[in-house]
Design a protein around this ligand. Structure first.
Ligand SMILES: [Zn+2]
Length: 412
């Protein structure tokens, strides 16, 4: 168990303990969010029973504010206006309601306060620059409704207290390893899925894509580091969940030159096998590619709550010319990657496909998604679990990466 999940568990236990005084007489009393009111600078959530605490965090691409309400349930409320373009909501878990506000301009929570009876939570939104919004995204979760004194039942009367806590899962910018010097190209390797999102699973449920992807990502990292030609970072090096936009954001923040997302495929047809490489496009190259994009993009949807909220936006960003240039470079790299991996790795027919994959959307980082084989096929699964196959993949990636950057250096 990693530290992040320990602190997350502790936070959840703490929230539950804090909620207890408000649950007097009822097991799991669920307050219902009865209304959301929006004014030009405020958002007020109203509850039919007291809600002890709340927390909020910012998401970018598009800019959103997510509010979690332990001990609350959602009713059908919708609201927009002011700085709020739209509102989505759902149960994050049976005991926690999540409301996600999509912003129509960069804004952060300047202040948050519960009413004295804790039946209303008012967020005061403060317009900020894009870079300040980015800082708020990195700051992670803010907790509202308790202060640092020991909690007692009168906590409800205090109200109006904002306590920023260490985020349970901050978007930590990972360590960069490999060749020294910032002038070396940087390759970000992204192990798909993680945490509560296992990705594809073997028929018996024993093997999960998230673990296979991580093992292959690490093999690629080790091979690239050993080459001494590039710098390398992993979006995750343990079993944790990252929203698709966060993976891309890590690459952008590190100013990566190349982003490789590692996955393992699955199909209902257990005979399907072979590797494939995906790059971004507005229109999927075929039905299989469209289905794969739908499946991989689903990682952002938790219990019906869309964390990413950008499924429909792949096409709009593509109008950008910089994105088109990036897409060309991505496609060239995909071709090179297939060529260099092919001696040892079996590819599907038409192995280079195109689809609207959210994780590949960074407009300025060449990005490919590598499906390393089918976890649903016994032969492919045996390969995916073998060190030799992983090393072969890593070897092919290393060769392709070296040629890619040598070409770009030569200005080809
Ligand atoms: Zn996947």
């Amino acid at each position: 168990m990693c530290l992040g999940s320990v602190s997350r568990s502790l936070l959840l236990i703490l929230l539950l303990l804090l909620a207890l005084p408000f649950m007097a007489g009822e097991a799991r009393a669920a307050a219902t969010v009865s209304a959301i009111e929006i004014t030009p600078s405020n958002v007020t959530l109203r509850f039919d029973q007291p809600v002890a605490t709340a927390s909020a965090f910012m998401l970018s691409g598009p800019q959103r504010i997510a509010v979690d309400l332990p001990g609350a349930r959602m009713s059908q409320v919708a609201a927009s206006g002011g700085m709020i373009a739209s509102t989505r909501h759902g149960q994050y878990d049976p005991n926690t309601a999540r409301v996600v506000f999509t912003l129509n301009r960069s804004a952060i929570i300047g202040d948050a306060s519960f009413s004295a009876d804790h039946r209303a939570l008012t967020l005061t939104l403060k317009p900020v620059t894009e870079s300040l919004f980015g800082r708020a995204v990195r700051k992670g979760r803010q907790l509202f409704g308790l202060d640092d004194k020991p909690v007692d039942p009168r906590a409800a009367q205090r109200g109006g207290i904002t306590v920023p806590l260490d985020p349970p899962r901050p978007l930590a910018v990972p360590t960069v390893t490999g060749a020294r010097g910032t002038r070396r190209p940087l390759v970000v390797i992204d192990a798909g899925h993680g945490g509560h999102d296992p990705g594809s699973q073997s028929a018996d449920g024993k093997y999960k894509e998230k673990n296979i992807a991580l093992a292959i990502a690490k093999a690629i990292r080790d091979e690239l580091v050993a080459s001494g030609r590039v710098r390398v970072a992993l979006t995750r090096s343990d079993d944790r969940f990252l929203v698709l936009g966060e993976r891309r954001e890590i690459a952008r923040r590190l100013k990566a030159d190349l982003f490789i997302s590692v996955h393992a495929d699955s199909a209902t047809n257990s005979a399907a096998r072979g590797a494939s490489i995906y790059t971004l496009s507005e229109v999927a190259s075929d039905r299989v590619a469209a289905q794969l994009a739908a499946k991989e993009n689903r990682a952002d949807i938790l219990n019906g709550v869309d964390l990413g909220g950008e499924n429909n936006e792949v096409s709009s960003i593509l109008l950008d010319l910089a994105q088109r240039e990036t897409m060309n470079i991505s496609s060239q790299f995909a071709a090179l990657l297939q060529r260099e991996m092919s001696p040892t790795i079996h590819f599907k027919d038409e192995a280079h496909r195109f689809a609207g994959l959210i994780v590949l959307k960074a407009p300025d980082v060449a990005s490919v998604l590598l499906e390393t084989g089918y976890i649903s096929n016994d032969d492919d699964l045996a390969l995916l679990l073998s060190n030799d196959y992983r090393r072969n993949i890593a070897n092919g990636v290393r060769k392709a990466v070296e040629i890619h950057f040598a070409r770009r250096l030569a200005g080809e």
